[in-house]
Design a protein around this ligand. Structure first.
Ligand code: FAD
Length: 700
């Protein structure tokens, strides 16, 4: 811990002492302070006391504690114990002196310890803001994020989105590099997209290195449902013949749901080869017959029609943590192990965090990473390419808010956050010259709130808003697409779904097998539903299991909280919908006849769901890539040697989480990850020597 305390100050109060951010926040005080127009009037700048602020260092939190008198900083203590002792830790003493001398947070920092310096500046600025009684504003936040900027080539570029999240690439001094490795391909991220990419490139004859910040023991992968179609597993385990689905149907339907914005070649490759690649990935199982499925639809009895209106829906979703795989993390590790078996010169480094890509001119030729084991930096040089497989950015609120504009606009009172990764890998791609995919940029929900967690799962029955009125085609593709209209209903209001006693089985058994679907349509499940509905009926106005039941629509309306005109609308809306279902035509919103079920036999049932807003697992937008996974630059040209896969890449979910099957996000991450590995391993050009000594290196 570094600390300085002085009773006599080196400098008096002035613009240089406070720093620009602080001054801008309190213009009146700046004018009236000591020596100002007030002629020596004693106006306190600070509320005397001791304040603590926290900044984000290279390994975790850096804490700064500062003591203030009315106008001066009298003591500064920095706790940078979490930082690398030789770098951040040693810099702490110098940083204390700088803050003290500057009497503010606007300091130069220490060369070679950029991240620690920034963390200290952030923490000190927070202390100063607290002492001044003003809200802390991050550095640069007072400067409008310019829509017009100059790019690396000196050209003027106009941006439509805020870009403060981009930040600056860290500079890592040559002296800090403890070791160097080289390979044909470096994959950053050993999870769903990175592990199959690594394995495939290894099997195609390349030597590869994969690094991941996580430890190998307990390696964690999110979720574990993998959606695909036309695999041997699907045929042998689910009983759905291998060529049941025509890939062109999938492409057509996906592009309709994406308004033509999906990257066409990524889509084509997935559609044509996903079954085959899944079979290849499933070689890690002892017996594919023991691989679980989330879908219990009885294919043999052919109870289920895959066609839902204009769209197809696919029942082939496997659960990865089954058979001999104890978890989906194990499944990813098993892909890496297979790669290592095929290519003994290849290597996997866990607990290794990528910090900055290395460029030689326009070409990406490596990455500098920091070992979580020894705290040292290592250089990994690539001959063919570096693959960013670093996942999404939902844990980075600034990035999420700036990029996923539709999600933010649908949730104006919410600080966006998801359960995924921090977006650092995507930022590395931007620092290296990449650009984000063209918007709007999707997350898994957020802009498409619907009824995903209702009684029957994501069911598109009759949906009514707070006014008791129907407002959209509930079955348009999948509920998540129709859910766009739910996200446009009044904030804080509920959305009601209604069904009846005569038709609920048919309704429950004919929903698309999309995300949060009602995939279990077995007789046992139907019996379970029936028992729960009986409980709801018996509970009267209290309802049970989230469901209310009544013998007439007026009573049900009152149980659901409708009053006056809204209650009248409710009854009319149900009757109108029933008439449309009976006629097999929906003149209002064009819902397919095969997705409309009558509501005319009591008891009637209703559930009330809140307009779910920011329930987001991951963001799904990424770097702008071509059909091989090559990252494109500002001119939409490939950056030699740089690839992105999985949620670090764009082009798959351009509008929203289009989901014709459960688990399509892991399905696309794994299959397209493997296919980018195949491209690099077979056709990918050699772009660099793989040796830092013979390259004119420049880090970005
Ligand atoms: C709780 C949860 C459940 C989910 N369930 C499902 C589901 O069942 N089905 C489905 O389709 N989708 C599901 N999803 C979404 C799905 O998990 C993601 O879309 C998928 O993980 C994307 O794979 P990826 O390889 O792109 O990224 P990730 O799986 O996030 O992998 C990124 C990897 O990169 C590593 N990494 C990141 N930065 C660095 C760095 N700087 N240096 C080194 N390594 C780094 C991380 O440690 C991680 O291992 C779920 C998401 C969540 C949060």
């Amino acid at each position: 811990m570094a600390s300085v305390s002085r009773r006599k100050f080196l400098r008096g109060f002035g613009a240089g002492a406070l720093g620009l951010t602080a001054l801008a926040a309190v213009p009146a005080l700046a004018e009236e302070g000591p020596g100002g127009p007030g002629g020596g009037a004693s106006v306190a700048l600070y509320t005397a006391g001791t304040y603590t602020g926290v900044g984000t260092g290279i390994n975790g939190d850096v804490t700064v504690t500062m003591t203030f008198t009315d106008n001066d900083i009298t003591e500064v203590t920095i706790n940078a114990d979490s930082e690398t002792p030789e770098i951040g830790g040693a810099a702490a003493k110098e940083l204390v002196e700088q803050i003290f001398t500057a009497q503010g947070a606007d300091i130069d920092g220490v060369a070679g310890a950029t991240i620690t310096s920034e963390a200290v500046k952030e923490a000190a600025a927070k202390c100063i803001s607290a002492a001044m009684g003003v809200a802390y504003t991050p550095a640069g936040a007072n400067t409008p994020d310019p829509v017009q900027q100059t790019n690396a080539a000196g050209e003027t570029v106009y941006y439509s989105m805020r870009r403060n999240w981009v930040g600056e690439a860290p500079e890592i001094a040559e002296a800090d590099i403890a070791g160097e490795y080289s390979a044909d391909v470096i994959v950053i991220g050993a999870n769903y997209s990175g592990a199959p990419c690594f394995r495939m490139a290894c099997e195609k004859g390349d030597t590869c290195i994969v690094i991941d910040t996580q430890a190998e023991d307990g390696f964690n992968s999110y979720g574990g449902e993998l959606g695909h179609f036309n695999s041997t597993w699907q045929e042998e385990v689910l009983g759905v013949p291998k060529d049941t689905f025509d890939p062109t149907d999938f492409i057509d339907s996906w592009q309709l749901q994406s308004a033509g914005r999906a990257q066409p070649d990524l889509l084509r490759k997935f559609a044509q080869r996903n079954g085959e690649i899944v079979d290849w990935m499933f070689e890690v199982y002892d017996d594919i017959h023991n691989v679980g499925s989330v879908c219990t639809i009885d294919q043999a009895e052919n109870k289920y029609d895959y066609h839902k209106g204009h769209f197809m829906t696919y029942p082939a979703t496997a659960t990865l943590g089954s058979d001999n795989m104890s978890s989906s993390g194990d499944w990813c590790r098993a892909q890496v192990k297979k790669g290592l078996e095929a290519s003994p010169d290849s290597q996997a480094f866990y607990e290794m965090t990528a910090k900055v890509l290395i460029k030689n001119g326009d070409t990406v030729c490596g990455v500098i990473a920091r070992s979580e084991k020894d705290g040292l930096f290592y250089r990994f040089m690539s001959r063919k390419g570096v693959v960013l497989a670093t996942g999404d950015f939902s844990a980075n609120s600034d990035m999420y808010s700036a990029l996923c504009t539709e999600v933010q606009e649908c949730n104006p009172y919410t600080k966006l956050t998801g359960s995924g990764r921090n977006g650092y890998g995507t930022r590395m791609g931007i620092w290296a010259g990449g650009v984000m995919e063209i918007g709007p940029r999707a997350a898994m929900g957020g802009a498409t709130s619907a009824l995903p967690m209702g009684f029957f799962g994501a069911a598109g029955g009759l949906w009514l808003n707070k006014y008791g009125k129907r407002y959209c085609n509930e079955a348009f593709g999948v509920p998540f697409v129709a859910g766009c209209q739910s996200a446009r209903q009044p904030i804080g209001s509920g959305i009601v779904q209604v069904w009846d006693n005569g038709h609920w089985r048919e309704f429950a058994q004919n929903q698309p097998t999309g995300h949060f679907n009602a995939a279990d349509i077995s007789d046992t499940k139907m019996d379970d539903y029936a028992a729960k509905l009986a409980e709801a009926y018996a509970a009267g106005p209290e309802g049970a299991n989230g469901v209310y039941a009544a013998d007439d629509l007026e009573t049900l309306a009152s149980y659901l909280g409708y009053e006056g005109e809204a209650a009248e609308n409710f009854v009319k809306s149900v009757q109108t919908y029933d008439a449309y279902a009976e006629a097999g035509k929906d003149p209002d919103y064009a819902k397919s006849a095969d997705m409309m079920f009558r509501i005319n036999e009591p008891p009637f049932y209703g559930e009330k769901n809140t307009r779910n807003a920011n329930i987001v697992l991951v963001t799904l937008a990424g770097l702008f890539v071509d059909g091989d996974g090559k990252v494109l630059d500002q001119n939409f040209e490939p950056i030699p040697g740089l690839y992105a896969v999985g949620n670090a890449s764009g082009g798959r979910f351009p509008l929203q989480y289009t989901s014709p099957m459960n688990g399509i996000s892991i399905g696309m991450a794994t299959v397209l990850g493997a296919l980018t590995g195949e491209y690099i391993g077979t056709e990918g050009p050699v772009v660099s020597s793989g040796d830092s000594a013979t390259s004119a290196l420049g880090t970005v």
